[in-house]
Design a protein. Structure first.
Length: 229
């Protein structure tokens, strides 16, 4: 199952009351949402062949980096008072950006919300280059997996083999948790100053992971609105 099919399954099962995505590009992932939606991308290139509005009650597209967006917007007004039940993170493929995106999406969400993080399982070490490449670039997004395991053991993490480059499902969110934010310089230094060859780090990570199959995993069905907060 590819990551679009997995996202569709999440939408159908969770039935989010509001959805947010970071990294919209041509709009394929955005088109999967049927609920009120927020899309953030510094250079959205929505395809005229993709019906991104669909049956959504409303859609807000922000031409902005995620850092600038979260610095200047608040959830209550942006989401029209709706709870953020599902966020998809597929923005800048560097660990420093991904951690900030996780922090901000969690801050906007609630304990029953879900974060889905794309590109956590590069198929080969060269996909994981810190520098952009023309095709198959996942950057060092993979580092968010050991980062959350170490610094946020309270989170419920499920690593899935969604083609082509994996998905991490994050549950049990805590909007008031500041651990990642407070430790960000320390966390980044631990990764970016690691003296080991970077390719060896990627290979070690991939060799030690055993992601669950999307063919046998299914998201929990949506709880009622009171239970979801």
């Amino acid at each position: 199952m590819n990551h679009y099919a997995l996202l569709r399954q999440l939408h159908e099962s969770i039935q989010p009351r509001a959805y947010l995505e970071i990294g919209t590009s041509r709009g394929a992932s955005l088109a999967l949402a049927a609920c009120p939606s927020v899309a953030i991308d510094p250079r959205p290139d929505l395809s005229p062949k993709v019906d991104v509005l669909g049956i959504k009650p409303w859609l807000k597209v922000y031409r902005s980096t995620s850092d600038d967006f979260f610095a200047s917007h608040e959830p209550a007004s942006t989401l029209d008072g709706l709870p953020l039940d599902l966020a998809f993170i597929d923005g800048m493929h560097r660990i420093e950006n991904v951690i900030r995106d996780v922090v901000n999406c969690e801050r906007w969400s609630h304990s029953g919300g879900i974060l889905a993080i794309h590109d956590v399982l590069p198929q080969a070490p060269d996909w994981a280059s810190r520098e952009p490449r023309p095709r198959n670039w996942t950057g060092d997004v993979w580092r968010v997996v050991p980062c959350l395991r170490r610094h946020r053991p309270d989170l419920d993490l499920t690593l899935l083999d969604a083609a082509p480059s994996g998905m991490l499902i994050v549950r049990n969110l805590d909007a008031g948790n500041r651990v990642l934010l407070d430790r960000l310089p320390e966390i980044l230094a631990g990764y970016l100053d690691d003296p080991r060859p970077y390719q060896s780090q990627v290979e070690e990570f991939l060799a030690g992971e055993h992601p669950r199959s999307t063919e046998t995993w299914a998201p929990a069905p949506a709880a009622d609105s009171a239970q979801r907060g």
